[in-house]
Design a protein around this ligand. Structure first.
Ligand code: 4AD
Ligand code: MG
Length: 481
């Protein structure tokens, strides 16, 4: 039954008419007991299935409701109606799955809010908006693999269960096979005795595959990871998830500048791919965003539409400057009353808040920005120390509307410097013996970065909330589905 099906996308792309075919999909609407708008998710567009009057008995006709799944056989003919070139003149309609109209949440007359759709994430795939978002997400994932594959990188699968905390931020979910009823074995001092646990040690879900990625880069030269990562930070924002996907390339013989060049080329490549492959989806999302923007007061509207923004990003160089230069700009703009920040920049060394990042990107430079050479105190232990003794060879890429989209650095390959920094930051060297080994056996300069996949999807689709670009989002107090 299923191999005779033609995807609606392929039907609509063809220019032939007058041939027999079969389509299957979900009814979007049924007008005048005659016109079915049918969608199978292969594209945002529907095919119009025309039912001749009197062709169906009344009982079958009643079962063609919004959300019902049907099979339609018939002839593809040129359409006389507006809005479509072809339509299917049905000779046979079969109901594959009924849909209870009274209870179907997408039956609502008004456009449901994104917040409401999040509560019915099992059904939101069927809306135009989420259809487009998740097809674009797919296109980006494919482009990521293609980009690295074509450059000769090895795709490395790093562990999801790990004993190390790569970022040293301690925001990890524990993994244990112990019962949680208080009967887990204890040490003499009352703490849990993880030696008796499944892995014989305390373990957690990974926050990053980087440290393992570095090990492989010391053999293959060019590797990347693309997998789920987990953070138990209690951030209820439009940019944080507890479970998100990260892409982490790691390249031997690269320095910070090579790293920036790779990241910029990479981001432009994947966006360009989505623009070529998913033009209609992006145009739909751009339209949707434009309507949303119209609801805002004039001075809060963004200056560029979605397509314009993406075009601009792929065709212009990212702005590159140091953290220190950024601080000067921020202080001056605050001083000149160009911008009043909620958090004032008090001095050199403080971490930037998202309002500062967004000011730099959206108001000052009006383009993606790469900030480099951050104070070592606000960055992870593995970043390469600069000669000034104060900064590290870090880079963050900030994107309009999103803020940080990439975090990366050149890595500290000098064993003595690395050990010194680990001690200062209380990172246990004995647990990371394997990481330190690479600094003893053929160490080399190397660099890498992490791109938050959902933040990229957010940027490309223009969706305001990160919870709407991953099928089933995990965030504080929510792990439904
Ligand atoms: O800046 P981060 O913490 O860097 C690392 O994890 C490094 N190990 C990467 C590397 O050098 N290989 O995270 C990298 C990116 C951020 O820039 C952001 O885009 C994303 O991951 N990210 C999140 N995305 C969604 N939800 C969260 N809670 C995120 N935390 C970080
Ligand atoms: Mg970061």
């Amino acid at each position: 039954m299923f191999n005779q099906r033609t995807r609606i996308k392929d039907l609509l792309a063809g220019d032939k008419a007058n041939y027999e075919t079969t389509v299957m999909g979900w009814v979007r609407s049924f007008r005048n007991n005659q016109f079915i708008a049918l969608n199978d998710g292969s594209t945002n567009a529907n095919i119009q299935v025309v039912v001749a009057l009197g062709m169906l008995d009344e009982a079958t006709q009643k079962r063609i409701t919004t959300g019902a799944c049907i099979k339609a056989v018939g002839e593809i003919i040129p359409s006389l109606g507006k809005g479509q070139k072809i339509e299917l003149k049905a000779t046979e309609i079969l109901i594959l799955g009924d849909c209870d109209t009274e209870k179907y949440p997408l039956q609502l007359k008004n456009r449901p809010s994104l917040e409401y759709l999040r509560e019915i994430a099992h059904l939101r795939f069927r809306t135009n908006t989420f259809g487009a978002v998740f097809r674009v997400r797919h296109a980006l994932a494919y482009a990521i693999h293609k980009f690295f594959n074509d450059k000769g990188f090895v795709y490395l699968h790093t562990p999801i269960i790990t004993a190390s905390d790569a970022e040293g931020a301690g925001e990890m979910f524990k993994v244990t096979a112990f019962p949680l009823d208080g009967t887990a074995p204890r040490n003499e001092d009352g703490s849990i005795n993880f030696k008796e646990d499944f892995f014989g040690r305390s373990t957690n879900l990974t926050v990053s595959g980087q440290l393992e990625g570095e090990l492989a880069a010391m053999a293959y030269s060019d590797i990347y990871t693309f997998g789920p990562t987990f953070r138990a930070e209690n951030s209820n924002t439009t940019r944080h998830l507890a479970e998100f996907w990260m892409i982490e390339p790691e390249v031997a013989f690269n320095d910070l500048e090579d790293n920036m060049n790779l990241a910029e080329e990479f981001i432009k490549y994947v966006i360009r791919h989505a623009m070529e492959q998913n033009k209609e989806d992006l145009e739909f999302l751009a339209q949707r965003l434009e309507e949303e923007e119209k609801q805002k007061p004039q001075n809060e509207r963004s200056e560029m539409g979605l397509m314009e923004k993406l075009d601009f990003v792929v065709n212009n160089d990212f702005e590159r400057l140091t953290y220190t230069e950024a601080i000067t700009i921020l202080k001056e703009s605050n001083h000149n009353k160009k911008k009043k920040f909620q958090y004032l920049i008090e001095g050199w060394g403080v971490d930037l808040q998202s309002e500062h990042e967004r000011y730099l990107v959206e108001k000052h430079f009006k383009k993606p920005v790469i900030l480099t050479d951050y104070p070592k105190e606000i960055k992870a232990f593995y970043m390469r120390q600069n000669d000034d003794g104060k900064t590290v060879a870090a880079m963050d890429i900030l994107a309009p509307g999103i803020g940080e989209i990439v975090g990366g650095s050149q890595r500290e390959e000098r064993l003595d410097k690395l050990l010194e920094r680990m001690e200062e930051m209380h990172i246990p060297a004995d647990e990371l013996w394997w990481y330190l080994d690479t600094r003893k056996f053929g160490a080399c300069p190397h660099a890498g970065f992490g791109l938050g996949f959902e933040r990229l999807v957010q940027f490309v689709t223009g969706m305001g909330n990160i919870r709407d670009v991953i099928p089933f989002p995990r965030y504080p107090k929510s792990a439904e589905f």
